[in-house]
Ligand binder design. Structure first.
Ligand code: GDP
Ligand code: MG
Length: 162
């Protein structure tokens, strides 16, 4: 089954989207150590297409270096194993240095990437969210993982690649 990986900084809303995607279905928690422990797999379905979805995160924040390295590791694995990558960012923080670093990594990869600008809960945030076009992703989506608004459009685009 094709894998859809959700990557991005902590707190942008990856797990909220993941939980919405897997719904009632049980996520498969892998109890192994290291990078594996930081990944959660679940199954989802949209427009009649089934796919596996991976949530990344839950890193132990020993130091900023270890922490940023852990995020980079997750991006590298996503590039290797995923059919399509959802790169999530947060409109409330704007574009951060780490967002730009992840953008560079993803740009070098030959995998489809969908930029998901999350926490776009209202019209004012919709205006602010336009700054994310500057990251240069042709497929940029604005959503609120909490209310679900915009998630349908993101999923329509996602399943084009699975
Ligand atoms: P993760 O660290 O990327 O997995 O982020 P989480 O899914 O744990 O979410 C981090 C925080 O952001 C939580 O308090 C969520 O409730 C909140 N959050 C997630 N999505 C949204 C959203 O669309 N809008 C708002 N306002 N908050 C959100
Ligand atoms: Mg999380």
């Amino acid at each position: 089954m094709d894998i859809v990986a959700i990557v991005g900084r902590p707190n942008v809303g990856k797990s909220t989207l993941f939980n919405r995607l897997i719904g009632e279905r049980q996520s498969i928690v892998d109890n192994q150590s290291g990078v594996t422990r930081d990944r959660q797999y679940g199954q989802s379905e949209w427009n009649g297409k089934e796919f596996a979805v991976v949530d990344t995160g839950g890193f132990v924040r020993n130091s900023d270096d270890v922490f940023e390295a852990a995020i980079r590791d997750q991006v590298v694995i996503a590039i290797e194993e995923a059919a399509v990558i959802i790169f999530m960012v947060d409109v409330t923080t704007g574009i951060t240095d780490l967002d730009e670093e992840i953008t560079q990594m993803l740009r070098r990869a030959e995998k489809p990437v969908l930029l998901a600008v999350n926490k776009v809960d209202n019209n004012r945030r919709q205006l602010e969210a336009n700054e994310f076009w500057s990251l240069g992703f042709e497929e940029t989506f604005f959503l609120s993982s909490v209310t679900g608004s915009g998630t349908g459009e993101l999923l329509d685009a996602t399943v084009e690649y699975v």
